[in-house]
Design a protein around this ligand. Structure first.
Ligand SMILES: Cc1cc2nc3c(=O)[nH]c(=O)nc-3n(C[C@H](O)[C@H](O)[C@H](O)COP(=O)(O)OP(=O)(O)OC[C@H]3O[C@@H](n4cnc5c(N)ncnc54)[C@H](O)[C@@H]3O)c2cc1C
Length: 448
């Protein structure tokens, strides 16, 4: 490995590894790399001026989907100074926190913990928008607006990009926008007809926030989802087995068709709405309709897919189709909030590497079990990718549950020795040998 490098701003600097993006996933790697900073020089470049975690969705009442124990470090290094518990102690709120009896904390508090970590780390650098990455012989050149860095390896943690359906792309504006911008826009919904499109956790959070009148009292709220109902997150203890290292290791061995099948069975383990959130919404609706007997001012419409849209006389006309009856109708809205998820696109700064990548038959990037992108230079110059979608490592990939474990795995691979012990858990479920035996399969088919 190259020797550690100091932080003078303008020189070209050679590092062992540069991280692009500083969301929770690269932050976990940055925090765990701090322990081995004398042997592994790293720098994590973030385009924002300071740390923030999905700031447009940091609604005051939104809760985490995962335990605070699944923080940046605890699962692999509970004595790390960057644990959530150390945050509580140093912020002098450990005892009040315990007394609150919370099992699920607010996103605001988790975000504050992440920022507390990010701004202590010597290897985090803000205001650095990585615009281009080039590969030369044995190193990468990483260019931001003001600096060029040189590194042997990269770890890409640039997150996901908001998904806007084609049928409404042309209407995106101040009054028709992706949910990821909501809190930053802080729209005044007073007296407006509001359409919320999408039935996952974000749709639920925004429905509740609008219903609770945090942005003024809307005249009407319609919450549309193509799902068959408002569906609960599957949080069962057996479901939790999918978010454990041994399952991810086993899942990785599957062939791509079986991987897809497994992930589609597991959809609600990551895309449902927490039971707490659903209970709160349901109780609010019950109180409004059956106790206060308010005239109807909200509607929840499952099985409805947005198929086309247009703007007429200053209002949005949204054509929706029922998934079962195929009946079509048009709803009218003044404000449309798109809770339509995120895409896992390759970041633009990696364009020059793209022709040298190995992709599968669906043009998807392939990663090794250690999260290295399979490309021409893999081995000597690795490009680790976190949060690349579910195709390679499965359902846990976009979640926080295994972020610390994955980060430790990447650090071990970078350092080429066991910095962190990743013992095999002896788990409740025996998944069997999931590796696809091509020869056995062929033998079985030919003997039919
Ligand atoms: C609202 C919301 C709530 C969630 N809650 C939970 C939860 O409770 N539990 C759970 O397990 N999962 C949750 N998730 C899923 C997941 O944990 C988060 O999406 C998480 O933020 C993913 O982290 P990340 O580091 O991959 O990406 P991000 O958090 O998106 O961070 C990526 C960073 O990269 C930076 N960046 C991008 N391009 C560049 C560039 N070219 N140069 C420099 N910087 C760049 C961006 O500015 C950004 O800061 C949630 C997701 C959302 C959207």
């Amino acid at each position: 490995m190259t020797s550690p490098t100091n932080h003078s701003a303008n020189d070209s600097q050679r590092l062992d590894c540069i991280g692009i993006g500083l969301g929770p996933f690269n932050l976990s790697i940055a925090a765990l790399a701090d322990k081995v900073k004398t042997e592994l020089s790293t720098r994590f470049l973030e385009r924002k001026a300071y740390f923030s975690w999905h700031p447009g969705l940091l609604l005051s009442d939104a809760k985490m989907q995962t335990s605070f124990l699944k923080d940046l470090v605890t699962a692999v290094d509970p004595t790390s100074p960057y644990s959530f518990l150390n945050y509580l102690v140093t912020q002098r709120k450990f005892y009040p926190f315990c007394a609150s009896g919370q099992s699920v904390i607010s996103r605001l508090e988790f975000s504050d913990y992440l920022a507390w970590t990010a701004h202590q780390l010597p290897n985090a650098q803000f205001d650095c928008d990585v615009q281009n990455i080039e590969f030369h012989d044995d190193h990468f050149s990483v260019t931001t607006e003001n600096e060029t860095f040189t590194s042997q390896h990269l770890v890409i943690g640039t997150g996901m990009q908001p998904h806007v359906p084609d049928c409404i792309q042309g209407l995106v504006s101040d009054t028709c926008f992706h949910a990821s911008e909501l809190a930053l826009r802080a729209p005044d919904l007073t007296g407006k007809r509001v359409a919320i499109i999408g039935g996952g956790q974000t749709g639920a959070d925004i429905f509740q926030h609008s219903f609770d009148q945090h942005f003024g009292k809307p005249a009407h709220i319609e919450w549309i989802t193509r799902r068959a109902n408002i569906e609960q997150l599957d949080e069962g203890c057996f479901t939790d087995q999918y978010f454990m290292p041994d399952y991810v290791d086993q899942f990785y061995q599957l062939d791509s068709a079986n991987k897809q099948k497994e992930v589609s069975h597991q959809k609600l383990a990551s895309d449902g709405v927490t039971s707490d959130c659903l209970q709160n919404i349901y109780r609010s609706l019950y109180h409004d309709k059956y106790v206060l007997r308010n005239p109807s001012w909200w509607k929840i419409s499952p099985h409805q897919t947005l198929i086309s849209s247009r703007k007429q006389n200053g209002q949005y006309q949204l054509d929706i189709e029922h998934g079962l009856s195929k009946q079509r109708q048009t709803i009218t809205a003044d404000v449309v909030i798109l809770c339509t998820g995120f895409n896992h696109d390759l970041p633009k700064c990696l364009e020059s590497i793209k022709p040298q990548m190995h992709t599968d038959e669906h043009d998807r990037m392939a990663l090794s079990s250690d999260y290295c992108l399979q490309w021409k230079g893999m081995g000597k110059n690795n490009i680790y990718i976190v949060n690349s979608g579910t195709d390679n490592h499965g359902i846990a990939e976009p979640q926080l549950s295994l972020a610390a474990w994955r980060a430790a795995k990447i650090i071990n691979h970078l350092a080429q020795h066991k910095v962190y012990e990743l013992s095999d858990n002896d788990n409740i479920i025996d998944w069997g040998d999931l590796s696809f035996k091509h020869e056995k399969h062929l033998a079985a088919v030919s003997s039919l």
